[in-house]
Each structure stands twice: as structure tokens, then as C-alpha cells.
Design a protein around this ligand. Structure first.
Ligand SMILES: [Zn+2]
Length: 343
């Protein structure tokens, strides 16, 4: 047999759980990955190599030097040039596996775009570090009847669970219970740190579950898996469906289907605030460069426009979303946006 006749997926095709039939299913499978975090980049890499036919990357961020410790595939050059993560990943994955369609969406997931980003997808991978985004994923996947795989990592501990559509299945809110989510009060990777081992572990667990779901395996993990790599603990917990759950019990969604106005989000691990306008559109960078050039340095690419006047630093995206750097105060971020961008 010549090399050309050996499938690149031979190690998966001889694996009892997948086989040639399973590999064909992967080829026609469609997966969305929410955020190109350490978990998201590892999952994207793993699934592209495994031959998942269509991968949609949803992320509105750029590469930062502090992320290289755990975000595989990004380089110092990417960080230096503050390249858009989704674009870097798309270029890389196309080189890794040209059979795979890599679709990118350079924005955060929100209630306004979630329908169009999830409706033609077979499986959603949660790789966000925002609880608000995760609660939106949970509600959207319940409403749209999509399976999704939760993955969270903080310091040396991680948690993952597979959520499937179905009347008898628990959802993420069943697991959270009555615990109220207070924005800004959750511990984050910026305050607690995180190990690459933790995020890689979660990504591996999610990928194995993804391959099972996409090939129709009956061997899915049903419980919540929780571990701490520093304390050497590995546990599973049974999560029961809560009949009074506002999401899967009553369909009272708090995030899904709600149109929010312009909002500000602090960015995990970055000393920055993000402003998301209520109406996104196509920004004419040339026009803005012309307008801002008298106030500071402006440079732009196909995807982003950077402005710096020595005091204020702004990264503006095509949709009108902007990251205001070195600002931790919401009011200040909004004021900067209004003064310089003012869409
Ligand atoms: Zn529920």
C-alpha cells in the first residue's frame, strides 16, 4: 500500500470507538467553540486534527503576552502585533488540516448573535471564562436543543460536564441551583491564576466527549467531573434535574432572547474594558483614521484599528466594538469611547 492510500485518520479509524463509519460522521459534523481561551485553542486544534468537518470559532479578542503561558499555538509575534485570535487560529488550522472548514466570527457571543451562530451547529463547546456568556450558552442550547460541553478552569482545578437536550436531562442552571451570579464578584483567572495543565486537561476531556457525541457513542459521561491537579483530587458528582429550574423547567430565560443595550465588559486577564455598542455595523476604518490622525497615532488592518495618543489606547473592531486599554473603570471606558469613537 502506498502512503497516499493510508488515511490521515488511520489511528482513529482503527480505534474501536470510532472506526471508518465514525470518521465519516466527524467529517460532516459542525462544532462551535465559544472563545479562543486556553481551553478553546486546545479544543480547536484537537478537533481540526481529528477531522471534524466544520469548526466555527467565536472570539473577539486579540493575543496578549500573558496568554502564551497556556494558549497553545499563539506566538510572541502574534502577541507583539496584537493579532486577532480568530484570524491567527483560522490561518493555523487551515495549514493543519485543509479538509476542515474554519469559520470565524470576530465578536463575543451575545443574545443578538447566538441564534445565527448556533442554529446550524451540532455541538457547542464552552471555552469562555465569563459566567454570563456561559449562562447564555446554557439557555440558548436549551431553547435550540443543542448539546454543549461545559468546561471551566481556575488555578489548578477544573470542572466539566456534558449537557444534552431532552426533557429528562439537567441543565447548567440545575447544577448552579439558586446561587446568584454577581458580575465582577466571581474569582477569575486574573485573580487566582491558572495552570496550562488545568486548561489542557479540561480541553482533552471536552474533546473526548465531543468525539463521542459526534460519532453517536452511547458512552457519554453523565456526571460532573471535578478535579484539582495540585491537591490530587478527582471526583464525579451526580447532577439531578431540578423540576423547578427556571431554564429547563420553566423556560424563563434571563439572557437568551433578551436584547441588551450598549454594554461594558471587563476583560479577564487584561487591564482593559470592552465596549459593545447596542447596534453593530460595519465601521469605515479609513474614515476613522482620517478623523483620529490629528489626535494621536492611528494604524489599521483589515480587522482592527489601533489608536494611541500617549494616554488613551483604543483597539476598534469592524463591528464598532472597542477595547479601551489600561482602564478598569466602566464610566471612564464609556467616556473614552464616546469622545473618540462616538458611533
Ligand atoms: Zn435546569
Amino acid at each position: 500500500m502506498s502512503n497516499q492510500n493510508i488515511s490521515r485518520y488511520v489511528r482513529q479509524e482503527i480505534f474501536r470507538g470510532i472506526g471508518k463509519a465514525g470518521q465519516e460522521k466527524l467529517k460532516s459534523a459542525r462544532v462551535a467553540i465559544v472563545e479562543l481561551s486556553a481551553i478553546g485553542t486546545a479544543v480547536a486544534n484537537n478537533l481540526a486534527r481529528a477531522g471534524v468537518g466544520y469548526i466555527r470559532l467565536i472570539d473577539g479578542d486579540y493575543v496578549d503576552i500573558t496568554e502564551l503561558q497556556r494558549q497553545s499555538l499563539f506566538t510572541e509575534e502574534d502577541a507583539r502585533e496584537e493579532r486577532v485570535k480568530a484570524v491567527v487560529m483560522q490561518e493555523y488550522l487551515r495549514k493543519v488540516n485543509s479538509d476542515v472548514t474554519v469559520d470565524i466570527h470576530i465578536a463575543s457571543l451575545d443574545s443578538g448573535n447566538v441564534d445565527s451562530l448556533f442554529e446550524d451547529i451540532d455541538l457547542v463547546i464552552d471555552a469562555t471564562d465569563s459566567m454570563e456568556t456561559r449562562l447564555l450558552i446554557n439557555e440558548a442550547c436549551h431553547a435550540l436543543k443543542k448539546p454543549w460541553i461545559y468546561g471551566g478552569a481556575l488555578a489548578s482545578s477544573g470542572m466539566t460536564m456534558t449537557f444534552l437536550p431532552g426533557h429528562d436531562k439537567p441543565c447548567f442552571k440545575c447544577f448552579l441551583g439558586d446561587e446568584e451570579y454577581v458580575p465582577g464578584e466571581q474569582p477569575t483567572c486574573a485573580t487566582e491564576g491558572v495552570l496550562c495543565s488545568t486548561t489542557s486537561m479540561i480541553a482533552s476531556l471536552q474533546c473526548a466527549e465531543a468525539l463521542k457525541i459526534l460519532t453517536g457513542s452511547k458512552d457519554l459521561r453523565k456526571d460532573l467531573l471535578s478535579f484539582d491537579l495540585w491537591d490530587n483530587s478527582f471526583d464525579t458528582f451526580v447532577i439531578d434535574k431540578d423540576p423547578d429550574c427556571p431554564v429547563c423547567g420553566k423556560k424563563e430565560y434571563r439572557y437568551y432572547g433578551k436584547i441588551s443595550g450598549a454594554h461594558t465588559v471587563s476583560m479577564c486577564g487584561k487591564d482593559s474594558m470592552q465596549i459593545i455598542p447596542s447596534h453593530e455595523g460595519e465601521v469605515d476604518f479609513a474614515r476613522y483614521a482620517d478623523k483620529l490622525q490629528h489626535q494621536g497615532t492611528v494604524k489599521y488592518t483589515q480587522y482592527t484599528l489601533d489608536f494611541d495618543d500617549g494616554d488613551v489606547q483604543i483597539k476598534l473592531f469592524k463591528t464598532g466594538r472597542a477595547i479601551i486599554k489600561h482602564v478598569s473603570d466602566e464610566q471612564r471606558a464609556r467616556a473614552v469611547y464616546a469622545e473618540y469613537i462616538g458611533l
